[in-house]
Write a protein that binds this ligand. Structure first.
Ligand SMILES: O=C(O)C1=C[C@@H](OP(=O)(O)O)[C@@H](O)[C@H](O)C1
Ligand SMILES: C=C(OP(=O)(O)O)C(=O)O
Length: 445
């Protein structure tokens, strides 16, 4: 896209130290897991503080197409399960959680379920999951390139289950997508990961945790093997944690601009990879404190380079890479080769955009090496990738004239991003107010 045609948002520069409390909405990963399990449950569920964003609307829409009643209006989302019907098409958008969590669910429907998505979604890997379904005697027809959207899962109302191998080195979501539906298979399911590396283990632990909380028996005592017993899934009343990965750019903003940013609702224990943020940001020069459920990150503007294995938390990589580009020494990010199959090829995208602004960033076989250089303004391309957009905003907090292309792509997981971001800056000028979806809600004390 050329500059003339792009939809550009000039990222605001911080003109002083930050002092704000930012309330971020619910976790995408938890929200879409709760929706799937609520659809497979034996009775209704109430999901409180569920994220309402493009990814969760796509999930809700897909489940509704399959016959489930999902009422997204109001403070709490009500889900009423129903027998799953086929002869429908599911639009996955660019949501990994929809394209990877629903094919095994579709196998339980009473007819064919066609999966489509955004043009960018056609580049995201699906093959190992589709092969695993075929190994379980589920018929899957691909329409174009093998192992990619679009494809059709031929539901037959039941899946035998048993044992299946899957190479999840491309995405942990292949494992999660099999486990989430497995309690509804006749024999349950044992999944064994066979690939060389396994990314995003906390997200698999999240899957196990939400299954257990719904009364499903899961054995994860052996490395790379998970067993889900056949049995009922309980309808639940749950409170969704805030999205800690979406909190990341706000917390990092305190390091870039100096000052403090707090995020309320920070869970004492979590399976979200964002739970690793306090440790990572401390290594990069921040001070962090947890006061009750409020996490505060404080910084001086100094950012130190790190050598970091982000295998467990690849979702944080775009934010950490943007932070690293503003550092005082080089950073090496490892263990994230699979980011080449995320919303964009994130390793290529980050290297290209940091370089475009005068920085130095090179891809390695499994990550990035970022050597800080003085940066200048310019267009920051986002490749339809929400985390590229928030990474550009972070760079623009210090570098004047960063124009973020298609900032609306943040609607994938955080539709209120621009309002929250400018609210954080406005609140800082007024002494620590709470910012919720762009609204300054009042003083914190
Ligand atoms: O299961 C999940 O909710 C997710 C798992 C991870 O996927 P990968 O293992 O493909 O990185 C993560 O990056 C994604 O944002 C969400
Ligand atoms: C990789 C991500 O998303 P998805 O759930 O679409 O895989 C992400 O949000 O960083």
């Amino acid at each position: 896209m050329t500059r003339q045609h792009a939809d550009l948002w000039t990222a605001p520069v911080a003109d002083g130290a930050l002092d704000a409390t930012v309330a971020v909405p619910g976790s995408k990963s938890l929200s879409n897991r709760y929706l799937v399990l609520a659809a497979l449950a034996g009775g209704p569920s109430t999901l409180r503080s569920l994220l309402v964003s493009r990814d969760t609307r796509l999930m809700a829409g897909a489940l509704e197409a399959l016959g489930v009643q999902v009422d997204l209006g109001g403070d709490a989302v009500q889900v009423t399960p129903a027998p799953l019907r086929g002869h429908v098409t599911i639009d996955c958008g660019l949501a990994g959680t929809v394209m990877r969590f629903l094919p095994a669910v579709a196998a339980l429907a009473d007819g064919p379920v066609r999966f489509t998505g955004d043009p960018e979604a056609l580049a995201r890997p699906m093959g190992p999951l589709l092969q695993a379904l075929r190994a379980l005697d589920v018929r899957v027809d691909e329409e174009g390139e093998p192992g990619r959207l679009p494809f059709t899962v031929h539901g037959r109302g039941a899946v035998r289950g048993g044992h299946v191998d899957v190479d999840a080195s491309g995405s942990s979501q292949f494992v999660s997508g099999l486990l989430l539906a497995a309690a509804r298979f006749d024999q349950g399911l044992t999944v064994r990961h066979t690939g060389p590396t396994l990314p995003s283990l906390p997200h698999i632990e999240m899957t196990v945790a939400v299954l257990r909380a719904a009364g499903v028996v899961v054995d994860d005592s052996r490395p790379d093997i998970w067993h889900v017993e056949a049995g009922p899934v309980a309808g639940r009343d749950v409170q969704v944690e805030p999205d800690l990965s979406n909190a990341a750019p706000f917390l990092c903003a305190a390091m870039v601009a100096g000052g403090s940013v707090s995020v309320p609702g920070w869970p004492a224990r979590t399976t979200q990879p964002g739970g690793l943020l306090p440790g990572i940001l401390t290594r990069m020069g921040a001070s962090t404190s947890l006061d009750g459920d409020v996490l505060t990150v404080s910084g001086t503007g100094a950012v130190h380079g790190v050598d970091l294995d982000l295998r467990a938390a690849g979702e944080l990589a775009p934010t950490i890479a943007a932070l690293a580009a503003l550092g005082d020494s080089p950073t090496r990010l490892r263990g994230i080769a699979h980011l080449r199959g995320h919303e964009s090829d994130r390793l290529a995208a980050l290297a290209a955009e940091i370089t475009r602004l005068g920085g130095q960033a090179e891809q390695t076989s499994d990550g990035l090496v970022i050597t800080p250089r003085p940066l200048h303004g310019g267009v920051w391309r986002t490749y339809a990738d929400h985390r590229m957009a928030t990474a550009g905003a972070l760079v623009g907090l210090r570098v004047r004239g960063v124009e973020v292309e298609d900032v609306a792509t943040t609607a994938k997981t955080l539709p209120g991003f621009v309002d929250l971001w400018s609210g954080m800056l406005a609140a800082s000028a007024h002494g620590g107010r709470v910012v919720r979806d762009g609204l300054t809600a009042g003083p914190t004390a």
